[in-house]
Design a protein around this ligand. Structure first.
Ligand code: TRP
Length: 460
């Protein structure tokens, strides 16, 4: 390998791109990107809001028909071109192709998403320390701590800064000696903590059976169109699709690995972890007879009330887990932006990481300071909500749709076969999905985000 002699810090330019050391290293890094706040924070709470089992089932179907094909597409484009998202579309089509706008959108999405993702990750870190100190007081007092943290600019900014520094520190080390090395440490630890917490939930609380029932027994009369659409949108976000993160990670992949097998492994691991997190969290929630439909505050408001009873042995590992999950996702977001500047602008990795990481940090201050608001969709909102809304509802679906159409209709058939490794029935099936099923599903998510679906009622 051309770059195996450098540590990836200063001479890792476009000419000597990084690559993963091992297959396991790639799988852990890609799983690390996929497993994040989406799995531990968002999946459990939206499952609660939409009533459990039936929602989980629809989500699993979405992972298979939308997530998996799109992940294969991103990995194929990445490994074929060996480029960042912008360079990839250019390399596989034509020098000045309009398709490179898809790459631009991806780099921009990485920038915007990391800027607010880092703020939530910061709260997770703050909660490690709150857990060590212990939660006490009435339920209202404990819940008010979260509102106070969000409203407190200094605390939010400090934790946001710490998180960005960690991301920068890892990405600066390069693909193999930064991202891969840290994923190999953080992901197995995360897995152990999670299995431990699930074991605790199932064996030591009396909410275990109820939580399994809630998650796995489909109750179709609770399933609304709204729930199905959220399941689809979430499948997207949780697998890190639609902005070239998997594309970029794929560009560091070795030729002799099966893209399909790896995509299945990553999607399966991501899904299993989300379910385990759900079991762990709901066992606690049900054993204390709390409301599963608490919404976004489930992790930072409902759980701490329960943690006041269980003690730090449960809460500290939980927030460490959340932080690790966020960290391996944060570095993938940063890597997309950094890879663009390394490949296309010929910056050194160190320069690209410091300048772009610093810019994302500065931009993130808008989200960290809850008091700054702008009018958006009819009311005054903080930048955190605005960026979250725009990126998940518009930027990622548009990026995903374009990526899917490119892979299905534009990318050369020979290129696809070369990456896929065969043109048998599975390949044919993939192309069929990428041409018709996946884009239609993504289009529906997009139209829903724009509140343009004819059969939905948006007047509420
Ligand atoms: N998948 C991560 C999560 O579940 C978030 C994430 C990381 C992401 N990289 C991404 C989402 C790229 C979309 C695109 O929290």
């Amino acid at each position: 390998m051309a770059n195996s002699t450098n540590s990836g810090s200063t001479i890792d330019t476009g000419a000597t791109r990084g690559s993963w050391g091992t297959r396991v290293g790639f799988i852990l890094a890609a799983t690390g990107s996929a497993i994040g706040l989406g799995n531990i924070w968002k999946f459990p709470y939206i499952t609660g809001v939409y009533g459990g089992g039936a929602f989980v089932l629809v989500y699993l179907v979405c992972v298979v028909i939308v997530g998996l094909p799109l992940m294969v597409a991103e990995l194929m484009i990445g490994r074929r071109s060996k480029k960042n998202p912008v360079g990839a579309f250019r390399a596989l089509h034509a020098p000045n192709t309009p398709w490179q706008a898809t790459g631009w959108l991806g780099v921009l999405s990485g920038f915007v998403i990391l800027s607010f993702y880092s703020v939530v990750a910061g709260w997770a870190m703050a909660y490690i320390f709150k857990s060590i100190a212990g939660f006490s007081g009435t339920a209202e007092q404990i819940q008010a701590e979260y509102t106070a943290l969000v409203a407190h600019p200094t605390a939010s900014i400090i934790w946001h800064t710490v998180f960005m520094v960690l991301c920068i520190g890892i990405v600066i080390g390069g693909v193999r000696y930064g991202i891969e090395r840290w994923s190999k440490i953080l992901m197995p630890t995360l897995f152990l903590i999670l299995v431990g917490l699930m074991g605790y939930g199932l064996l030591y609380t009396d909410g275990g059976a109820e939580s399994l029932n809630f998650l796995f027994k489909p109750n179709f009369h609770k399933l609304s169109a709204e729930a199905a659409l959220s399941a689809l949108g979430h499948a997207f976000f949780t697998l890190s699709l639609g902005m070239g993160a998997m594309l970029t990670y794929g560009s560091y992949m070795r030729r002799d690995e099966s893209i399909t097998r790896d995509a299945i492994a990553v999607s399966a691991l991501d899904t299993i972890i989300a379910l385990i997190a759900g079991i762990a969290i709901y066992s606690l929630v049900f054993s204390f007879n709390m409301d599963p439909a608490a919404g976004p505050g489930l992790i930072f408001q409902t759980l701490p009330v329960l943690f006041a009873e269980t003690g730090p042995w449960v809460s500290v590992p939980f927030f460490v887990l959340l932080t690790f999950a966020a960290l391996t996702s944060g570095i993938s977001l940063l890597e997309v932006v950094v890879a663009y500047f390394i490949d296309e602008r010929r910056w050194s990795r160190t320069k690209a990481t410091l300048i772009l990481g610093g810019s994302i940090w500065a931009f993130g201050l808008l989200s960290a300071i809850a008091a700054i608001t702008i009018p958006f969709r009819g009311k005054d909102q903080g930048f955190f909500d605005v960026f979250d809304f725009i990126s998940t509802n518009y930027m990622l679906p548009v990026g995903g749709l374009l990526t899917c159409l490119f892979a299905a209709w534009v990318m050369k058939r020979a290129d696809k076969i070369a990456e896929f490794g065969s043109k048998g029935i599975i390949f044919q099936g993939l192309i069929f999905f990428l041409r018709f099923v996946t884009p239609l599903a993504v289009l529906i998510v997009l139209l829903h985000g724009l509140e343009l679906l004819p059969f939905m009622d948006y007047s509420k």
